[in-house]
Design a protein around this ligand. Structure first.
Ligand SMILES: [Zn+2]
Length: 496
């Protein structure tokens, strides 16, 4: 005899042997980014005749049994599963309980149901609600809007730089930015390329609202699915309201803005990138104003005159570990932490000797003297006027992000080059005006690479300190930074 039916809203914690008749709306893989992307589970979203949304999950070791049966949009009978309390964070539905597949779970596809089960269900939220949810990690709402811009680094196929930003105009008029990184960015482009034309309406499900630098970003998550134009009834409804159903005769303006190979970013985008993207080595351009010199760790260190690495203080000498020299000749080197800001956010940038010497036209050894040797060495660390003078000026910085930038403890970005403002940087990037158009200077094409070297200041990457700040006796920089630098920084980076 068949087990009795159960509605999703009536589920109670424990094992359920009743039968739920549901539609599988979406499924996706949940991976652990901290364990090399290891598959944790296949998660899914069900809906029943009462439009109750409920999340389901099958663990990695069981998912193969069910995987081939999963078909988005299909109807199923589901029985013999565990009912557990829903996670209170990153919610895709409001149901208090979730479904977990166990070894006895039966999931059978059915071709039709006597029950009118919705074919789609989205959790669109008004702009004000998105703002309320931002940075809370509580809800992953769905979003629908008219596409006004696509910015992407993926068309360049740069390894590790997959990034797509969609600007969507909500029906209420606000513009929001949906950002996708790495595999999600790839998935977008796969769909985009196969679609054959540029969509006018995009639905993105399960996005995580975040406010960075005063701007609302909707970050795609592993649960994010994208639907174009009339692929959904909700999308079609909006699509049909657009002038000429979105296909204005004679209109051929592409919404795609190709990004530069080394991409300009605002500070808020940079700060957001290190929070949301997977760890990677990547370079960006950032135009920002120097608002101050951070002096709590000094502006210089005692380096090796040969290799510029930080010297170890001995009783009556300096040792350079890098040169294996126990009687190294000392030279004062810049290590300057800059407070910077643009109109989106603030950040800390770290500049080393080569860049600072060129920027100020003054060697560190001309700005201050090392008096004494070894443990007795002293340096007048009062801020030189040449450094104080750069406060208030705006430059375009090329920043190299290493893995350690993606851990929250390392929010200082190392400068690899400094350019005069706007010599090469079409800024600001990823900015959309009130009416949803992209400013002309944000649409500049690829920068000829050779021009960078002509105006830029090049870092050899060899003047990074290695041990404690000898000039001030302050604590050493975290050792991991240096390890990463040594592994990843070419000895003569960016000489063009
Ligand atoms: Zn040395």
């Amino acid at each position: 005899m068949a087990n009795p039916q159960v509605l999703l809203a009536d589920l109670n914690a424990g094992r359920c042997s009743n039968v739920a008749e549901v539609r599988l709306l979406r499924y996706w893989e949940a991976r652990n980014v901290r364990k090399g992307g290891e598959l944790m589970s296949v998660d899914m979203l069900f809906v029943d005749e009462n439009s109750t949304l409920t999340q389901g999950s099958v663990s990695a070791n069981r998912q193969l049994r069910f995987r081939k049966r999963l078909s988005e949009g299909s109807l199923y009978t589901l029985t013999g599963f565990d009912v557990t309390r829903s996670n209170t964070n990153f919610r895709l539905c409001d149901a208090p309980f979730s479904i977990r597949f166990n070894e006895g779970t039966s999931l059978e596809k059915i071709t039709a149901s006597a029950r009118p089960i919705p074919t789609e269900l989205f959790r669109f939220m008004p702009y004000g609600r998105l703002l309320e949810l931002a940075n809370t990690g509580k809800q992953l709402p769905d979003i629908i809007g008219e596409l006004s811009a696509i910015r992407s680094t993926i068309t360049d196929r740069i390894a590790g730089a997959q990034r797509v930003m969609l600007t969507l105009r909500l029906e209420s008029g606000e513009n929001v930015c949906v950002s996708m990184f790495d595999s999600l960015a790839l998935a977008f482009h796969t769909k985009f390329d196969s679609y054959g034309r540029e969509p006018k309406v995009i639905i993105a499900t399960g996005v995580n609202p975040k406010i960075v630098g005063g701007r609302l970003f909707l970050n795609a998550t592993s649960s994010t699915h994208l639907y174009f134009d009339s692929e959904t009834a909700a999308g079609k409804k909006l699509f049909d309201t657009l002038p000429g159903h979105g296909a204005v005769p004679g209109e051929s303006t592409s919404k795609v803005v190709h990004a530069q190979k080394i991409e300009p970013m605002t500070l808020s985008e940079l700060n957001q990138f290190i929070i949301t993207a997977e760890s990677q080595i990547i370079e960006f351009l950032c135009t920002a104003k120097v608002t101050g010199i951070q002096q709590d760790e000094g502006w210089c260190y005692i380096g090796c005159s040969g290799c510029s690495k930080k010297l170890v203080r001995e009783i009556s000498s300096f040792t350079c570990l890098s040169c294996n020299e126990t009687n190294a000749v000392a030279a004062l080197r810049y290590r300057v932490a800059l407070s910077v800001s643009d109109n989106t956010d603030t950040a800390s940038f770290l500049a080393f000797d080569t860049e600072m010497a060129k920027l100020t036209n003054l060697q560190a050894s001309e700005a201050a003297q090392i008096v004494g040797i070894g443990v007795d060495a002293q340096v007048d660390t009062e801020l030189p006027q040449s450094l104080a003078d750069i406060v208030g000026k705006t430059y375009t910085f090329q920043l190299k992000l290493n893995d350690f930038n993606f851990s929250s403890k390392h929010q200082t970005f190392t400068i690899s080059r400094i350019f005069p403002e706007r010599v090469l940087a079409p800024m600001p990037a990823f900015v959309v005006t009130e009416d949803g158009t992209v400013p002309a200077d944000a649409q500049a094409g690829d920068l000829p690479h050779g021009t960078i070297g002509n105006v830029g200041i090049t870092s050899t990457g060899a003047d990074k300190p290695t041990t404690s700040d000898a000039s001030t006796g302050k604590r050493p920089p975290p050792a991991k930074d240096q390890d990463d630098d040594d592994k990843t920084a070419p000895k003569k980076a960016h000489v063009e």
